[in-house]
Design a protein around this ligand. Structure first.
Ligand code: ZN
Length: 61
């Protein structure tokens, strides 16, 4: 069974995947981190709030 990683949108497998529904541990932790910090964007919502101020992006890995 093939699934799509909700974090990076890459295709992965369900059965042989300890990190399902994610493709890797990193994606799992990344996703959980987003939920915890409230940065998770709901799919389909295309709202961007820009008020002239930019926040520094965090680098992963
Ligand atoms: Zn992934």
């Amino acid at each position: 069974m093939r699934i799509r990683c909700p974090a990076c949108k890459h295709t992965t497998t369900w059965e042989e995947n300890p990190w399902r529904p994610f493709c890797s541990e990193r994606c799992k932790l990344t996703d959980l981190g987003r939920w915890a910090s409230g940065q998770y964007k709901i799919e389909g919502e295309e709202k961007e709030e820009k008020q002239g101020e930019t926040e520094p992006e965090e680098k992963e890995g």
